[in-house]
Design a binder for this molecule. Structure first.
Ligand code: ADP
Ligand code: MG
Length: 201
């Protein structure tokens, strides 16, 4: 198995993140936790690329529908439907409108536990309930209830892969191999070296 420090994850600053001038803030948070940026580009995605992105994982439709139903029930509210797939069909249609509304910034980050660390820094899907100190908790205020009533996707600034397998699928969906850069950061020594020799003169 590859060393933990080789784990990669896919991140996309969504159109609202770009419009809120949060590109730098978002990148800063991943840099300061110790991860390494290995690919970066800005573009306007197509609806087709967005649909493929969200359905790379065959389980995504069911899991996202169930998560939404639970989000409603945990607040004592009635979900718009009891059928997860019906909910996700609507979410996907709204996501396609949201994600093609302007430029996004796509990135690949690398480092130990990159997927889990970035999900922790990003916070939960629904800004109303995502923790303070996370990107979605600190910089935005959307809810399932408001976005569903208004018939649009939850605006939560940033996408981050949910698992290492999802990350690898998303990276190859959005990046060509030659767009990823292999290099060393000097800070990796203090994060990963077993013997911290070479510091004292
Ligand atoms: P995450 O982005 O946290 O991995 P999901 O993969 O479950 O979340 O959903 C993908 C995106 O779809 C979310 O980030 C959000 O923008 C949108 N979304 C998810 N659930 C809903 C919902 N119930 N209503 C509106 N938009 C939603
Ligand atoms: Mg997801």
């Amino acid at each position: 198995m590859a060393h933990h420090k080789e784990e990669r994850t896919y991140v996309m600053v969504k159109p609202d993140g770009v419009q809120r001038s949060l590109i730098g803030e978002i990148i800063k948070r991943f840099e300061q936790v110790g991860l390494k940026l290995v690919a970066l580009k800005m573009f306007v995605p197509t609806a087709e690329m967005i649909e493929q992105h969200y359905t790379l994982d065959p389980e995504w439709r069911r899991v996202t529908g169930e998560k939404t139903i639970k989000g409603y029930k945990d607040k004592g509210l009635t979900p718009p439907s009891e059928d997860p797939l019906e909910i996700t069909a609507k979410i996907l249609a709204n996501l396609k409108k949201y994600m093609v509304s302007g430029p996004v910034v796509a990135m690949v980050w690398k480092g130990a536990h990159a997927v889990k660390i970035i999900r922790k820094v990003v916070g939960g899907t629904e800004p109303l309930t995502s923790d303070m100190g996370t990107i979605r908790g600190d910089f935005v205020l959307d809810s399932y209830q408001m976005s569903d009533t208004d018939g649009r996707a939850v605006r939560n600034l940033v996408h981050a892969s949910g698992s290492p397998a999802e990350a690898e699928m998303e990276i190859s969906h959005w990046f060509k191999k030659e767009e990823l850069i292999d290099y060393r950061l000097v800070s990796e020594q203090i994060l990963y070296d077993v013997n911290l020799d070479g510091i004292l003169e």
